[in-house]
Design a protein around this ligand. Sequence first.
Ligand SMILES: Cc1cc2nc3c(=O)[nH]c(=O)nc-3n(C[C@H](O)[C@H](O)[C@H](O)COP(=O)(O)OP(=O)(O)OC[C@H]3O[C@@H](n4cnc5c(N)ncnc54)[C@H](O)[C@@H]3O)c2cc1C
Length: 321
Amino acid sequence: MPIPARPHRDPGPALPEVFMHLHTPAEPATGVLVATERCTRGKTASFVRHIAFDVSGTRLAGNFRPGQSFGVIPAGLDEVGRPHKVRLYSVCSPSRGEDGSGNVVATTVKRTIDEHRDTHRLFLGVASNYLCDLSPGSRVTLTGPSGKRFVLPAAMAEHDYLFFATGTGIAPYRGMILELLAAGVQSRVVLVMGVPHASDLLYDGLMRELASRHPNFSYIPTLSREAQEDGHGPMYVAGRLKTHAGLIGDILRSDRGLAYVCGIAGMELGVIQGLAGLLSPAELERYVRVHPSVAGDVKGWTRAMVSREVGPTRRLTVEVY
Ligand SMILES: Cc1cc2nc3c(=O)[nH]c(=O)nc-3n(C[C@H](O)[C@H](O)[C@H](O)COP(=O)(O)OP(=O)(O)OC[C@H]3O[C@@H](n4cnc5c(N)ncnc54)[C@H](O)[C@@H]3O)c2cc1C
């Protein structure tokens, strides 16, 4: 049931030309790990590290943008003796890198740790634990960059930004926010960051410090398993479309508004339903194209409908994994 095309569909913002696949698995780069530090706020059950690589002398140097990804090929072989496959990690650095000259690129890695579904033995994800175990000086096989949609628009200053993150979904926004604020743009930038507990917040100190120095940047930590600092009860990120309806509604209703969603697969549905609750149908269609057959039943929308009956437009960019 395709969404009917509109005669004058908003083409959305022009995106910059970005470099892609400068290093492939057949011709990878070697990065040297130069920093690895915990980036959670307190003691927590999730282990997330900010990990930076020196990529000077490779084609990655100076050629990545926040929101793009790079690939990591873990050392060693898989259980059937083949090289491990590539895993993607979001660039959390601004385009100038961590070092100011594009030679150091960073990402935000969460260790995948669980009980195995079938055997109930400890399940450790290959690449995330490989990365988080490494020490400075380690040499790592990298590919990329990849992705050309989840980036800031070419004319950054002409837009205002609403960023929704869950967990490591904050990675691209860290780089984008550093890029926007360093450029001195007066754009309004709102980051809604969702995690279970306050101790799970990532880059929390940095975000608070940036918000205190830049009145155009608002940082809204959002906890799903405990009460909020502002007194509201536990909620998912979409709940902020109600508690901050004024601030967020102003951005979304203006011609400058752009919204981004990044993080845990499934979060996009709640955000899209929240947008439908906040905006009038005419305002909503700038962000979400809704098939007329489901327009009257927002609560009945499901994840399977996203991209089909309920499709993000070019003003709503989604990356979930
Ligand atoms: C565009 C993009 C950007 C990304 N950015 C980031 C990022 O910035 N930071 C980040 O941390 N991750 C990011 N990821 C996810 C990342 O690529 C990896 O998927 C993640 O780190 C897990 O990889 P792994 O090798 O550790 O786990 P794997 O060894 O690949 O294990 C995960 C796989 O095992 C299976 N599995 C999971 N749990 C269990 C279980 N309990 N029992 C049995 N099987 C199970 C799942 O089916 C899954 O396919 C991104 C993904 C994409 C697509």
